[in-house]
Design a protein. Structure first.
Length: 85
């Protein structure tokens, strides 16, 4: 969903670097995968096509922060639910 965002903090030797992958258009989302010691963060279309991918060595990744956009239902409320008893 447009606005989904993932921040990746990477150890760059004597300092850290922060990278960001953002779903830039409506209908796109950001997916994260860890495979064979590599962290992949991809922006994906509705149909599953990959628009762009950022790859990092898993041993160098210090933090991976997923920040989804709050979902709003048809009544205008956010996606949070409350239990009434």
């Amino acid at each position: 969903m447009k606005g989904d965002r993932v921040e990746i903090v990477v150890d760059a030797g004597d300092t850290t670097r922060t990278y960001e992958v953002v779903a830039s258009r409506a209908g796109r989302r950001v997916e994260t995968a860890v495979r064979r010691g590599v962290v992949e963060v991809s922006e994906v279309t509705r149909g599953g096509g990959v628009v762009r991918t950022a790859r990092f060595m898993a041993t160098r990744v210090l933090a991976l922060v997923e920040q989804p956009v709050p979902r709003v239902d048809s009544s205008g409320r956010s996606g949070e639910t409350s239990s009434r008893g």
